[in-house]
Write a protein that binds this ligand. Structure first.
Ligand SMILES: *Cc1c(COP(=O)(O)O)cnc(C)c1O
Length: 431
């Protein structure tokens, strides 16, 4: 790092020079990992370009219609391109899907009928989904309330417990849910290789059961996506990885035609399915974001590695480890202390471009059981492919870091977190 850069960082961002130099010295330890990340980026970039060309994307696809939205060509192109990128028969991609939780909820409620059972085979699902299912919070309107049966099978040593899964599949088991990303837990993301092996074992024994993936934060981390190793249907958020920071809102569902149709019928109405629904002029952002997504994801992954190495070198436990295969963009740091989580998140907020001057505090976010602190100063509100961090206020006090549209921004974020912890004396020594 040259002198000019050190100077501008210290001068413009109020950073202690020791912090800047510390982060820079640790960066050197991960540079050798960047080549592999770049290879995955390059591969996925070509995949996306090809899908857009194959769909004959044209400038008129960025126009939009009104009313029912019949014949919204741009919307249909977006869905064709998503299906192609994720190698599935069909896709539902809509700005009216409010979030990842909504996309997953639509998928579950579109596919499951009363008395059907579904099993989460990666342990407890993401916080907001527990309320959707009905295992936390009010029962009214939840899947359990609709007579759907639910079980979960915890991971064993961080991996799917295949024996238990196979023993638990019964005649009523309609669907198995795999959450790829760590969520607010202390486990690693499920890798594509592991998924492939598990799905094969399940399908060999029971070919009818639907394998569904919560792919939030997983897109473009590896060369293959879960739907390319046997998953039947998958859902995610456009304000995470595949939106590339440009999508304004939305969610996607990709999978076989039959399953996507059932989900589309739930999204609009039976009989209407995918044929209705406006895109409100969002197709340009959605697709330009998808075009940039492999690149943006690679920047975010490099940022996650930097957070990982810096805090590991300071003696904190991190998940995943530096040498683990990354299958999501999250870097968790175990702080064992609420103040450190708060100061870490304040650091990320202060590095943001939007709302850098506000101070995040833990609050009762809708859908979450514990208070959560969120640092999110994105161009798109709540977008966590942009530089962001959060942590539920519960033991053992993990901070979860993710996103960053450019690696430089990630680096500034890391420096701001460390500067905060250091000047507040929550970290004594930088060595
Ligand atoms: C973010 C996330 C969700 C929910 O997405 P929202 O857009 O926040 O509703 C679900 N599952 C996982 C693993 C996530 O990371």
């Amino acid at each position: 790092m040259n002198r000019d850069t050190v100077n501008i960082l210290c001068k413009l961002f109020d950073l202690d020079e020791k912090v800047v130099k510390f982060v820079h010295s640790k960066e050197k330890l991960i540079c050798n990992k960047f080549e592999e990340i770049d290879q995955i980026k390059e591969y996925n970039q070509y995949k996306v370009i090809n899908s857009m060309q194959e769909a004959k994307l044209s400038s008129t696809d960025f126009n939009w219609t009104t009313g029912y939205g019949y014949g919204d060509i741009g919307r249909d192109k977006v869905e064709e391109i998503y299906a192609s990128v994720f190698n599935t028969e069909d896709a539902l991609v809509r700005p009216t899907i409010a979030s990842g939780t909504h996309a997953i909820t639509l998928t579950l409620s579109g596919l499951l009928r009363p008395n059907d059972e579904f099993i989460s085979i990666t342990g407890s699902p993401y916080d907001t989904l527990q309320k959707v299912i009905g295992v936390k919070g009010d029962r009214e309107g939840t899947l359990l309330d609709y007579g759907i049966k639910y079980k979960e099978i915890p991971l064993k040593d961080g991996e799917i417990n295949i024996e238990e899964v196979l023993n638990n599949i019964s005649r009523n088991t309609k669907l198995l849910l795999i959450q790829r990303s760590t969520g607010y837990s202390d486990r690693k993301a499920i890798t594509i290789d592991h998924m492939k092996e598990i799905i094969k074992k399940i399908k060999d024994k029971n070919n009818d059961v639907i394998i569904m993936i919560d792919n939030c934060y997983g897109e473009f981390l590896e060369k293959l996506e879960p739907t390319e190793v046997g998953a039947d249907i998958m859902a995610g958020s456009l304000i995470k990885n595949p939106g590339g920071g440009l999508a304004l809102s939305g969610g996607y569902i990709v999978g076989s035609s039959k399953l996507v149709e059932e989900v589309a019928n739930r999204h609009t109405a039976p009989g209407l399915g995918k044929d209705c629904g406006l895109t409100f002029g969002t197709t340009r952002n959605t697709l330009q974001g998808l075009f940039l997504a492999p690149h943006v994801v690679s920047e975010a992954v490099k940022g996650a590695l930097l957070v990982g190495i810096v805090y590991k070198e300071l003696g904190f436990e991190i998940v995943p480890e530096i040498d683990d295969i990354r299958s999501d963009i999250i870097q968790a740091v175990k702080f064992n202390c609420p103040d450190k989580v708060v100061e870490f998140c304040k650091g990320i907020q202060s590095a943001s471009v939007v709302d850098s001057y506000v101070t995040p505090i833990p609050w009762e976010m809708p859908g979450y059981e514990d208070k959560v602190i969120m640092a999110a100063g994105g161009f798109v509100d709540g977008s966590s492919i942009e530089l962001s961090a959060d942590g539920p206020m519960r033991k053992p006090y993990y901070a979860y870091y993710q996103g960053g549209l450019t690696y430089e921004h990630c680096k500034l974020g890391v420096m701001k977190t460390l500067n905060n912890l250091y000047t507040k004396k929550l970290i004594k020594k930088l060595s």
